[in-house]
Design a protein around this ligand. Structure first.
Ligand code: IPE
Ligand code: IPE
Ligand code: MG
Length: 257
């Protein structure tokens, strides 16, 4: 009989030297998870929050140094006010409840996106969480809230244009490195692996610049059901990829961080 896998440490069939240094996740399917159970959509968000908490712990346990999750897009304001309000309260509650634990575990939290339209109390809490954890080094946890990839590129372009206009940057210095520096993810490496749950196969305005050469993994599993076994499967799939970056010889799977 095969032994059940102990997920508290890296499963034995995964190569630690070939793990992604940066995993990005589009956490999708909370609403469908709840609807399938005859529950209100927000119950799916509540359960989804548990999933993200465990995925973060899993990254700590398995040695994945950067995790970026898409929690709220610039387009998600189109949802009913009650759902948006619930999500804001959920972020608030989670942050209050989890900050001490993240601090203890060496997690550095960062929010990516325009935080200015969020409730003031939540903005303050987010700023505090970023400040308190800023020197932690074990895992970098990025939460994209009111994030839009096109908006990020517009903001970066404006920033660069301003630098050129005031003479801080010459036109020749506007290159890929300059643009990367102007993005919210700077100085992190680009994601090696993107996971999107719930069967949808689109980016929904998530990290368009940074995902250019990322391995894309789509699974039918709904986000609240995405447990360590599902993450294990995604990493097994990742470790079978050949990353060539346009060349002919496979590049090492871990880009290093
Ligand atoms: C993802 O789940 C969570 C957020 C976008 C906040 P959804 O709420 O999009 O769930 P579905 O896609 O409606 O099932
Ligand atoms: C993408 O999911 C945004 C987040 C996961 C936060 P959506 O459910 O909003 O995406 P679409 O509308 O199906 O593209
Ligand atoms: Mg969705």
């Amino acid at each position: 009989m095969t032994q059940p896998i102990n997920y508290s440490t890296l499963p034995a069939d995964l190569h630690p030297e070939a793990l992604p240094a940066h995993v990005a996740v589009i956490m999708d399917g909370n609403g469908r998870w709840a609807t399938q159970r005859g529950l209100p959509r927000v119950a799916g968000h509540r359960q989804g929050a548990k999933t993200v908490k465990d995925l973060l712990r899993c990254c700590q346990d398995w040695g994945i140094p950067v995790l970026t999750v898409y929690a709220f897009s610039t387009e998600n304001w189109r949802r009913p006010m009650e759902e948006v309000g619930f999500l804001m309260r959920l972020f608030d509650r989670l942050l209050r409840r989890e900050l001490a634990e993240m601090q203890r575990k060496g997690v550095r939290i960062q929010f990516l996106g325009d935080l200015s339209p969020l409730p003031h109390r939540l903005q303050d809490l987010m700023q505090e969480a970023m400040a308190v954890t800023c020197s932690n080094q074990r895992v970098q946890f990025n939460v994209a809230v009111n994030y839009g990839g096109r908006q990020e590129l517009v903001a970066a372009t404006r920033h660069i244009a301003q630098q050129v206009a005031c003479g801080a940057l010459s036109l020749e210095q506007v290159d890929e490195a300059a643009l990367s520096r102007a993005l919210l993810t700077y100085p992190l490496p680009d994601p090696d692996l993107l996971i999107r749950t719930s069967g949808e196969q689109r980016l929904s305005n998530f990290l368009p610049w940074q995902l250019t050469y990322t391995e894309l993994y789509f699974t039918e599993v709904l986000w609240p059901d995405f447990d360590r076994a599902a993450f294990h499967q995604a990493l097994q799939w990742y470790q079978q990829r050949q990353r060539r970056f346009g060349g002919l010889t496979p590049a090492p799977l871990a880009q290093g961080f």
